[in-house]
Design a protein around this ligand. Sequence first.
Ligand SMILES: [Zn+2]
Length: 472
Amino acid sequence: MRRNVVVFFLMLVGLLAQAATAQKLRVVTSLPDYAAIVEEVGGERVGVNYIVQGNQDAHFVKPKPSYSLMLRAADLFVTTGLDLELWAPTLIDRSGNRHIREGQPGYVRAAANIPLLEKPVGRPSRAAGDIHIYGNPHIHTSPLNGKIIARNILAGLKRIDPAHAAYYERREKDFEARLDRALFGERLVKILGGDLLSRLLRQHKLFPFLKGRQYRGKPLINYLGGWLKAALPLRGQKIIGYHKNWIYFADTFGLKIVEYIEPKPGIPPTPAHVERVIRTIRQQNVKVMLIANYFERSKPRLIEQRTGIKAVFVPLSVRGEPGVNTYFDLFDLWIRRLTAAFQREVALKEQAHARNVGTDVDAVFGLSGAHWHPCLLWHPRPQAGSYFRGPGPGPDSGSGGYSGLSVRLALRIAGCLRVFPGLHHPGRGHLCPHSHAGAENFSRSHYRHRVCHSHGCGDSHCRPCPPWSRAR
Ligand SMILES: [Zn+2]
């Protein structure tokens, strides 16, 4: 008797679970990131599945029959709606599910209403093999876009399940509020509201605004928290990407992507292009590469060996690595890994500074007429003594010859890391103080024109040498 009761109870639980599953909306997304946002908005009313794995390249997914089966039963399909998932229309066709075709109620275009970056001028074309022809499709890499994606998903859920519209709306609003707090910090959101902050951030006006205004006797910037505060050390930093999938992230967090290992999106790098990347890294003294973890490692490793740059491999998507289970986890991880990589650079500099003479010191150029800049200490691949080629004419065409001292020795004598007195010809040379380039960039023309043409800042930042670096 007792056994029968247990069996009956188990059957009941099974039936109830089945009924609950049956009631849930079946949502399929292309990316796991969209699935994570569907879970945020849809809560217990949705069952979500996704096609691209978190450590997989969404551009190149083979349309397997199992994916078509997934879509056959779907009530809603969420996809970017650009050319990221070129395989999606084939899958929809094969699924035979008319309700999730583009334009139908069960189709959600995640990119709707998102201001696209890197939009090509002129007519879209794949003539050069490009796979970003409508603009950059990697929209989920900015939390500002995450909010718009959530609104698009909300609209889709309401279309197919209007009876529970209020439930979805409440959850979507809560998701946006949590995203705002995670991005700007709780205090700033309370003072200014997430909408205004998001608008200013997208327009690149947030930081001037926060620095220029006060609240209760303190600059507003003091109230900044969240990811933006954690990512402050990243603002203005240069990085290298593998593929153009970080542009929205970089735009939001103030990073400058100066080069990509791929010559064009989807086109594998040639040896000549890799050489160009290496030159750029050296000229601009780029310290970090940010690379989605599904890319091959050989080219990044080669570039690391040749330049001393640090490659940071991260999942591009939710569930691309253990522990990255939500949309929030993704930004936590990206910012943590990147700031750690840049802090490593700072730590190395400090270590070398503490030793007064680091191994890099010998890489400082020893050309006559040259003074030196602390940035030059951090030439990525120091080769002891290799820049001591005198005697000969100096870079500012002054009379030639180096002093005969190694920089290491001269430093000990001068006792100062910043000034290398005695080698500069007063009044002749001008050096861009922002230059992080190695000695090879301090060409004669660089001096003669008194403007730095070689390291890429190309603007009015190039000024005469700062007073502390002038020769006495
Ligand atoms: Zn792409």
